[in-house]
Write a protein that binds this ligand. Structure first.
Ligand code: HEC
Length: 200
């Protein structure tokens, strides 16, 4: 056999092998991707968002955010992060008691914060609670409303700050809720001032 013929035969054979290999990756089904040499490249080993999932009880991969999640845009870009903190205590007696035991102010104590708290107190609380928190505000002087207990009296002198925050947030008895008017940070500032009044 001459060299040229040998060369031709090997050329034809390798071309044939190549074609067979290439053809074997094709399928007649137009929806089939054919043979996948590296399936991970096509199919993510992780779960697709809307696929079923044996890990969760309800078998869904897409889960609702856990309670207390802070959504995009709810986190303030400017201003205090305290205002973005979720308030976890419900408006119930249990929530009030739990807040009293567990909730502590995230705001550092300072004379400036207490002074700002005093300014807000004088605009929004003094007409009921009185200038020194003795329950003798102008509105009470009209005789139409029963006086709130004094901050430095037996009922409120030891009142924990968590209960104060809870009451300012949701209201209590004749006192209305102030959550929509006063930011969380300002509520903590007012509380620093009330703590001064408790000591009078
Ligand atoms: C309409 C009158 C009124 C206004 C305005 C008002 N309060 Fe009160 N507040 C009351 C009354 C009445 C109580 C007693 C509630 C009760 O124990 O039933 C009270 C109770 C409280 C207590 C004790 C809460 C507790 O857990 O026992 C705090 C602290 C307090 N107020 C803070 C404030 C602050 C701060 C503001 C202003 C942002 C304010 N209040 C505005 C009437 C008012």
């Amino acid at each position: 056999m001459n060299k040229a013929l040998k060369y031709n035969i090997s050329l034809v054979t390798s071309a044939f092998v190549c074609i067979v290999v290439l053809m074997s990756s094709c399928k007649t089904d137009p929806n089939s991707p054919g043979v996948e040499y590296m399936p991970d490249m096509y199919r993510s080993p992780s779960y697709e968002t809307y696929s079923t999932n044996p890990v969760f009880k309800d078998s869904m991969t897409a889960q609702l955010p856990v309670a207390g999640t802070i959504g995009r845009g709810e986190w303030p870009e400017t201003g205090s992060l305290i205002n973005a903190l979720p308030y976890a205590y419900p408006n119930t007696l249990e929530g009030y008691i739990a807040a009293g035991e567990e909730l502590k102010s995230p705001l550092a104590k300072s004379a400036d914060a207490a002074a700002e708290g005093k300014a807000i107190f004088e605009k929004m609380c003094m007409h009921c609670h009185g200038p020194k928190g003795e329950g003798d505000g102008k509105l009470i002087g009209t005789g139409k409303f029963p006086p709130p207990p004094p901050y430095n009296g037996p009922a409120l002198k030891e009142l924990p700050e968590g209960k104060m925050f809870h009451t300012i947030t949701y209201g209590k008895g004749l006192m209305g809720a102030h959550a929509s008017q006063i930011t969380k940070e300002d509520r903590w500032k007012i509380i620093q001032y009330i703590q001064e009044l408790q000591q009078l």
